[in-house]
Design a protein around this ligand. Structure first.
Ligand code: ZN
Ligand code: ZN
Length: 139
């Protein structure tokens, strides 16, 4: 007599059951699922497209904030107060505003931000130390 718990169910059977379940609910299974069944190719545990979508929605939120009037006003105020140059190397081209912290993301305070040129910005994200200035900043 077979013991139910130890019976192995192939992924094809599981996938077939999943597709049937989706259809029973009146939905159309995703092309990726149907494709996997048809070609007998096991699908990835989580389709890469899903991960990508979640990432882009986070990205969209971030980009949305960077277009907001709050952010633009904050940038303008920063440049007016600190001058239009990199706070590390004093370059004046390709300036970015870097978040020292995302703690108050969306309602940043000036101290949460630092004006950096593109090169210094890349350095900070690569975990490299400031070229200069930061020591003076604490003075
Ligand atoms: Zn940054
Ligand atoms: Zn710089």
């Amino acid at each position: 007599m077979p013991i139910l718990g130890t019976q192995r169910v192939s992924w094809q059977e599981k996938l077939g059951a999943k597709v049937a379940r989706i259809r029973a609910l009146g939905h159309e299974p995703s092309p990726a699922l149907l494709n996997a069944l048809e070609k007998n190719e096991r699908p990835a545990v989580r389709p890469a497209a899903d991960r990508k979508k979640r990432q882009t929605s986070r990205q969209r939120k971030y980009n949305g904030h960077l277009r907001s009037t709050y952010w633009l006003a904050m940038r303008r105020a920063l440049f007016a107060e600190r001058g239009k140059s990199c706070e590390w190397c004093h370059a004046t081209a390709k300036l970015h505003v870097h978040h020292v912290t995302y703690e108050r993301f969306g309602q940043e305070r000036p101290e949460d931000l630092v004006i950096l040129c593109r090169d210094c910005h890349m350095r900070v994200h690569a975990g490299q130390p400031a070229l200069s200035k930061s020591a003076q900043a604490t003075a």
